[in-house]
Design a protein. Structure first.
Length: 327
């Protein structure tokens, strides 16, 4: 395919702004249109680039000849937009897939029946430190995984438009918005757990979800926390195997105490103001999806079923969580 994939980006806020930056170096794709209800803000971000800006999705679809839509809108809009678009366009949708397991199952069914490609942008699966961990788990070079502890904390995401992220009905809360990054990674590598227990601590806007999962005799814990203070974003893990360990600490991966050397990131390591650290993962996930379109294959690294299972797991955790402090 010689012609470039023509892309329309829906939403150019926090996460949309991140995707927008990456399209400058995505091979085989051209970002030709941006849609956001905040037209002035969108025009300011686009600047003098040859990209059309719209305040209405329908108007963008009517006026542009697009191959692919990149959905970076607030989470509560993902379901309706995906179902509207997935039969006519290749769709890359930011996580979470949607806000409950019933809707996720519906999206997976429609996406699988479509002749177009659909993928949820689970960026952690594409981030180098987690690709390293996945490789070590699956290769068993360090033996069987015994214990995996994952942690993801940030300040409360007050940067969201009209503060939608602080409304659990719109964002899914700390479980479906923040902790789902680690929950999705675990589920994508280990599958659905045999047993789940969870605790939730909520006080003065501080919000923590702490989950324990058993996979046979392997214990996995995931902590996701929004703090009511300007704490720096932090994502860590510690994986203990029969014959060694892999640790992510301060953005550096250590295998049995030795720093794992990685290739330089594609995008400059800057603070994006969102609750996932910057890494080449954003570039890799978009490039992977574009490559799948060009090559005429389905995106097997992130299937609709896998993304739906992550929502099912998040729902299960929220239902089982014991609230140990209330607002």
């Amino acid at each position: 395919m010689d012609k470039k994939i023509r892309v329309g980006l829906v939403g150019i806020g926090g996460m949309g702004g991140c995707h927008f930056q990456n399209y400058e170096t995505i091979k085989g794709a051209e970002l030709v249109a941006v849609c956001d209800v905040r037209v002035d803000m969108a025009k300011e971000k686009v600047g003098n680039k040859n990209i059309n800006v719209y305040g209405s999705l329908d108007k963008m679809l009517k006026n542009e000849d697009l191959d692919m839509i990149d959905i970076c809108t607030p989470s509560y809009l993902h379901k309706d937009m995906t179902l509207k678009l997935v039969n006519d366009y290749h769709v890359l949708c930011e996580k979470p897939m949607t806000l409950n397991a019933k809707d996720a199952k519906k999206i997976a069914e429609v996406a699988n029946a479509s002749k177009k490609n659909f993928m949820v942008a689970h960026v952690v699966r594409f981030m180098t430190p987690y690709e390293i961990l996945k490789k070590e788990i699956e290769s068993k070079e360090l033996g069987k995984l015994i214990r995996l502890d994952m942690k993801r904390i940030s300040a409360i995401p007050r940067w969201s438009w009209e503060n939608w992220m602080m409304d659990e009905k719109l964002s899914g809360g700390v479980t479906t918005d923040l902790s789902i990054h680690d929950l999705d990674f675990v589920q994508s590598v280990l599958g659905m757990p045999d047993k789940v227990e969870a605790y939730r601590y909520v006080k003065e806007e501080n919000d923590t979800i702490f989950t324990t999962m058993l996979y046979d005799d392997t214990l996995v814990t995931c902590e996701g926390t929004w703090y009511n203070y300007g704490v720096p974003f932090e994502a860590e893990y510690m994986a203990v195997f029969q014959n060694g360990y892999v640790k992510l600490d301060g953005g550096v991966v250590y295998v049995n105490g030795k720093e794992y050397k990685k290739e330089a990131t594609v995008v400059e390591d800057v603070d994006l103001g969102i609750n996932v650290g910057n890494d080449d993962g954003y570039h890799k996930e978009i490039q992977y999806f574009v490559n799948c379109i060009i090559e005429g294959k389905q995106p097997g690294r992130v299937t609709p079923e896998s993304s739906a299972n992550s929502i099912l797991l998040a729902d299960t955790i929220k239902k089982k969580a014991k609230v140990i402090s209330k607002k």
